[in-house]
Design a protein around this ligand. Structure first.
Ligand code: SF4
Length: 81
């Protein structure tokens, strides 16, 4: 397929590793965020702020809001009201 990844987390990123053979949407994310703009990836942000162990396996790269909640230690499960 020959898609270059410029993200330094490529080797350890569960999303990237599991994207092989998955949906076109996921592969499109690889081609955009992973290849051109990793600093705007939710997984990248959490990894850099908190460390690899705090990146949820299911965190979608486009979910910046969730990433912000995680780095600010706001549990998304506990919502008032
Ligand atoms: S999903 Fe994010 S952290 Fe993972 S390889 Fe792509 S840009 Fe990097």
């Amino acid at each position: 397929m020959g898609e270059e990844c410029m993200c330094e987390l490529e080797k350890s990123c569960a999303f990237f590793q599991s994207a092989e053979g998955f949906s076109k949407v996921i592969q499109a994310v690889r081609r955009t965020l992973c290849s051109t703009d990793p600093k705007n990836c939710a997984r990248y942000i959490v990894h850099k702020k908190l460390g690899p162990e705090d990146v949820p396996e299911h965190l979608f790269p486009c979910d910046i809001i969730q990433a912000e909640r995680i780095v600010h230690d706001e549990s998304p499960e506990i919502k008032a009201g």
